[in-house]
Write a protein that binds this ligand. Structure first.
Ligand code: MG
Ligand code: ZN
Length: 189
């Protein structure tokens, strides 16, 4: 598990956990491998700004098996990571921490979603219990990871999504991150 923390302790009352590819930026069938392949969803950038404005700390939790598949170089990976953090801040948002699993499924690591390990690590960093937060993702494995961790999973199904797996029996699901965030925190949020 790779962990990036903006600071030793994030001073927020509330936190939300977000998947990255397919939630903040457009996912690709052949993985998001270089900065040139990163395309942000405008609604996601607005959602990040809104979350920051309302004092909700954002933590990313992302499987990046493309790394150990040899498809994503480390330099590219870090460049993408920094671009996501930077773009969020340019738009008035902020990301407090990011947890990544670089492993392939056959490595049978402990961190790859649907394992709850990265959610647990995020909650330890945030100083919260999993039951106090939400995990928003676009794949069935995200919802399973949320269930395995004991936090509330929220699925977004984007029109252009490559989110994998059959639709988990969780409703409602949303078409954008902004819709999901407004639903979680209320329209007056
Ligand atoms: Mg995803
Ligand atoms: Zn892993």
């Amino acid at each position: 598990m790779l962990a990036w923390l903006k600071s030793a302790k994030a001073e927020y009352d509330r936190f939300i956990l977000l998947d990255r590819d397919g939630v903040l930026n457009v996912n690709r069938a052949d993985y998001v491998k270089t900065l040139a392949e990163v395309s942000f969803y405008p609604d996601a950038l607005r959602a990040l700004a809104l979350l920051e404005q309302k004092g909700v700390g954002v933590i990313l939790i992302s499987n990046q098996s493309g790394i150990n598949r040899g498809l994503i170089g480390w330099e590219d990976f870090f460049e993408i990571h920094e671009a996501v953090i930077g773009r969020a801040e340019e738009c008035g948002g902020a990301i407090q921490a990011a947890f990544y699993c670089p492993h392939r499924p056959d490595e049978k690591c402990e961190c790859r979603k649907p394992s709850p390990a990265m959610i647990f690590a995020a909650c330890r960093f945030a100083g919260i219990e999993p039951g106090q937060t939400f995990f928003v993702g676009d794949s069935a494995t995200d919802i399973l990871a949320a269930e395995n961790a004991g936090c509330r999973g929220v699925r977004i199904c984007r029109a252009d999504s490559r989110g994998t797996g059959a639709l988990a029996p969780v409703e409602p699901s949303f078409t954008t991150l902004l819709d999901a965030v407004l639903s979680i925190y209320g329209k007056n949020f």
